[in-house]
Write a protein that binds this ligand. Structure first.
Ligand SMILES: *Cc1c(COP(=O)(O)O)cnc(C)c1O
Length: 826
């Protein structure tokens, strides 16, 4: 099935406003950063609230892209060799094309929607069915208005089954996804409270989601919730859809009669067509049981061999669809994405690899790619070209097939090639293979068990880790961007290791999302960013004369906040013969920390007449933007600021950026956006000024493990000073975290709690330097080695900070550097 641009133009009802050649199109591109194959890509210039795809045409043309779908006519003379198709709505055109493509296939298509579990059900179904069918499925959680068309596009004649997920956040969206996916089998995972903001009620949200199933033959769903049961029944009757219900009710297709949990497994008994059926799954939590039931029921519906299905169910793994990044041996950075190996997830991982600028050298460790039904040579050629595009220096291939296609990698110009038939062979040779100062991407199919390689490459540290969810950072950033006018710039505060969560790792994500500025507290933090390959402008808030050289050397922009500093820097620039150095001016308006006061303005104005400085921005800091009782003060600060700025304006005679808002300022004082805002803690998921307008996600999870468990009798005591007195038969777990890791000592003796196995367990006795004891008497089934969450999604850092009588800022920045940071991204 081949597509040429003329054909596509007619499918999307576009007008060809310039045609040079009738090019063949293979890839659809919506994000200029994801460009891999310029010649065969068709770029859709989508318009977002803050970004206009149209502005990337020049860049893409320069990179070799020759086919564009646009809504406005560009300056055609600038792009003499390109084809342009004009449409009124570019997103709609993308969706039309995907819908057309889908309509050319008659294979079964499973469409999944619901509030939670979509991606896991999709991935598990794929695991269960992939020996029976050549499957195409959405990569990762590509389920949006853009993600769904991109998921459907790679469908080809070789596929026998498709599994796509659909996610929506407001009314009217599902109709569009339905037209693209056209599922023949539907799965409704569940309906929760999440993302209700776009809807008036849960019922409305449910009805909108059910639109995905307008024309399915059969819908798989759970009948335990009355609202779901009623609404689904009504829909089924009016649209003539068959239902395959499971749950506790008698009249469903599958009725659960027993759920028995052991230490690691759950045995589910159910009646189906009058028979008693039993399955065992390797999980015990309720969400996994629900997800597994959806998969099992779908397999029943599809008349699969139950013995094979059971075998696969036992092999289900926690879906670590998140890619993980951490520090490895010899100053390497290791990116582990060894959950699946298919072309689309490989290109996404490569993309993440190429964002990491901390090392120049890049190695990819890649297994065979079990891409069902594709021509292998073509597949590996595509893989090799993608690697070459992303400037990969070395490939370590694991498996027979990839070795067989070594020539494709040679032809693409990958400088170093190494092949091993198995992971074991690699392990034997491991100590002879140099790994140093490079970024290593591990990518492979589960059967290869790349975890063993991951373990070899990982830097060994104690088992307390701070996990940073980079998707949550992006999500939070977008939440705030929604509150901004399109032209308002954004400065991200990444001082104090990005509030404890890393430095260039977080900055990389922000740079990728095209924010305007970064700010750090001290020059050395800025140097760290530059060494990590960050090239965004960086403001340094706290400078002193000893760091002037470093500022200039690393192109960091100082905050000039006082006459002494002003004069010292002036003298330095004169001596070095530097002119027009970029600086930021801080004004004092009421925080009484740093900044020029009103009375110091004349001195400042005098100096700014010279050509030594180029003022990039002028700013001030709000003292109480989160507090409604201080709104009059906040307003007064803003007025003082405006007054002082107007004096600067008169002297400078060129434009500069004005800014005053921090996180709570953005969420509570939209009128103070000015030209730029400074987003800090909100990016990390916390905003004390948030009036529930924003749905923020927890970014950091601090985790540790249990080193030992003891049984104590009444009267015994725990830890230093014997402050933890046991009043009953008590089980104590020793957790590998203490105040040296940043777990406050003030959480001793029951003040703090930790999350273990679904329960909160109180601290008992005094918190030690490296260890803390918790009382797990009331927590079932805890073992040595189990994970303990100190704070995270289950236990918000605000809560823990509150127990410790401090604020989240201090908790987050207090996590010591010996705690290893691990980064995740979907
Ligand atoms: C830290 C800081 C911010 C960010 O504050 P949040 O409350 O974390 O948003 C903004 N501006 C300045 C000058 C800061 O020092």
């Amino acid at each position: 099935m081949q597509y040429y641009i003329e054909h596509i133009a007619s499918v999307i009802h576009g007008t060809v406003i310039q045609e040079r050649r009738n090019d063949r199109i293979e890839q659809l591109l919506t994000d200029s950063r994801r460009l891999i194959f310029p010649k065969s890509s068709l770029f859709f210039a989508l318009k977002g609230p803050r970004r206009d795809g149209q502005t990337f045409i020049g860049y893409l043309y320069h990179k070799g892209v020759r086919n564009f779908v646009v809504s406005e006519q560009p300056d055609l003379a600038q792009y003499p060799a390109a084809n342009f198709v004009q449409v009124p709505d570019v997103l709609q055109a993308l969706q039309l094309l995907a819908a057309y493509h889908r309509s050319r296939f008659t294979i079964p298509v499973i469409g999944i929607t619901g509030s939670n579990g979509k991606t896991i059900v999709k991935e598990w179904l794929n695991q269960i069915l992939d020996q029976q069918f050549a499957i195409i499925r959405s990569p990762k959680s590509y389920n949006s208005q853009i993600g769904v068309p991109l998921s459907v596009w790679p469908m080809s004649e070789s596929h026998e089954l498709a599994i796509f997920e659909a996610g929506i956040s407001k009314r009217g969206e599902m109709e569009k996804l339905e037209a693209i996916i056209k599922p023949t089998i539907g799965i409704l995972t569940n309906i929760g409270e999440a993302h209700s903001e776009g809807f008036d009620s849960i019922k409305e949200k449910l009805e909108e989601k059910l639109r995905l199933f307008d024309t399915v033959n059969t819908l798989v769903y759970r009948n335990d919730q009355d609202l779901v049961e009623e609404t689904v029944q009504q829909m089924a009757q009016s649209r003539g859809i068959r239902l395959f219900a499971w749950g506790g009710k008698k009249d469903g297709a599958v009725q659960i009669t027993g759920i028995e949990k052991t230490a690691h497994n759950t045995i589910i008994t159910a009646s189906y067509k009058g028979d008693v059926e039993k399955i065992v799954i390797p999980f015990t939590d309720d969400a996994s049981i629900e997800n597994a039931m959806h998969c099992w029921c779908t397999a029943l519906l599809m008349k699969q061999d139950m013995q094979k299905v059971q075998q696969q169910l036992l092999l289900l793994t926690r879906v670590a669809m998140r890619l993980e990044m951490k520090t490895g041996i010899n100053n390497c950075t290791v990116i582990n994405d060894s959950y699946s190996a298919d072309l689309s997830s490989f290109t996404i991982a490569l993309d993440f690899l190429s964002q990491q600028a901390q090392h120049n050298r890049r190695t990819v460790i890649l297994t065979d790619i079990p891409e069902s039904g594709r021509n292998e040579k073509e597949l590996y050629t595509e893989v090799a070209n993608a690697m070459q595009q992303r400037k990969v220096n070395r490939l370590i291939g694991i498996g027979e097939t990839i070795h067989h296609h070594a020539a494709a990698f040679e032809a693409a110009g990958i400088a170093e090639l190494l092949f091993f038939p198995t992971v074991d062979a690699f392990k034997k040779d491991f100590h002879h293979i140099p790994f140093r100062d490079e970024t290593i991407l591990l990518k492979g199919a589960r059967v290869f068990e790349l975890e063993e390689i991951d373990r070899l490459l990982e830097q060994k540290v104690h088992q307390t880790v701070l996990e940073i969810d980079l998707n949550a950072v992006t999500h939070n950033l977008k939440q705030y961007q929604q509150l901004l006018r399109p032209e308002t710039k954004l400065m991200a505060m990444v001082k104090a290791f990005a509030y404890g969560s890393g430095s260039f790792e977080v900055a990389n994500v922000l740079q990728y999302h095209k924010i305007d500025y970064l700010a750090v507290a001290y020059a050395d933090e800025g140097v760290e960013l530059r060494k990590g390959g960050i090239n965004l402008p960086v403001m340094v808030m706290n400078v002193d004369p000893t760091t002037f050289d470093v500022l200039v050397q690393y192109n960091l922009e100082p905050d000039i906040y006082a006459p002494e500093l002003l004069h010292a820097f002036e003298a330095y620039l004169k001596r070095e013969g530097i002119q027009q150095f970029p600086v930021h001016i801080e004004l004092e308006t009421g925080m009484n920390r740093l900044g020029f006061s009103e009375s110091q303005l004349p001195v400042l104005l005098e100096s700014l007449r010279s050509k030594l400085f180029k003022v990039q921005s002028v700013f001030s800091h709000l003292a109480a933007s989160e507090d409604p009782q201080q709104d009059a003060y906040t307003k007064q600060q803003a007025e003082r600021f405006e007054g002082m700025v107007s004096k600067l304006q008169q002297i400078l005679g060129y434009p500069f950026i004005k800014h005053i808002s921090n996180t709570a300022g953005i969420s509570r004082h939209p009128e103070l956006q000015m030209d730029m805002v400074r987003l800090g803690i909100g990016m990390y998921g916390i905003d004390s000024g948030n009036t529930h307008l924003l749905q923020l996600q927890e970014v950091s999870t601090l985790k540790s493990t249990i080193a030992q468990i003891k049984q104590l009798e009444e009267g015994e005591t725990v830890s230093y000073g014997r402050k933890g007195v046991v009043t009953r038969k008590t089980n104590i777990a020793t957790v590998r975290i203490g105040y040296a890791d940043g777990y406050p000592r003030s959480l001793s003796t029951g003040v703090g709690k930790m999350w273990v196995n679904g329960h909160l367990a109180p601290v008992i006795g005094i918190v030690c330097m490296d260890m803390t004891m918790i009382d797990i008497t009331d927590v079932p089934q805890v073992k040595v080695g189990d994970e303990v969450v100190i704070f995270g999604k289950q236990l918000p850092v605000e809560q823990v900070a509150h127990w410790a009588q401090t604020i989240p800022y201090q908790m987050l920045t207090g996590i010591s550097q010996r705690v290893k940071r691990v980064y995740f991204q979907d």
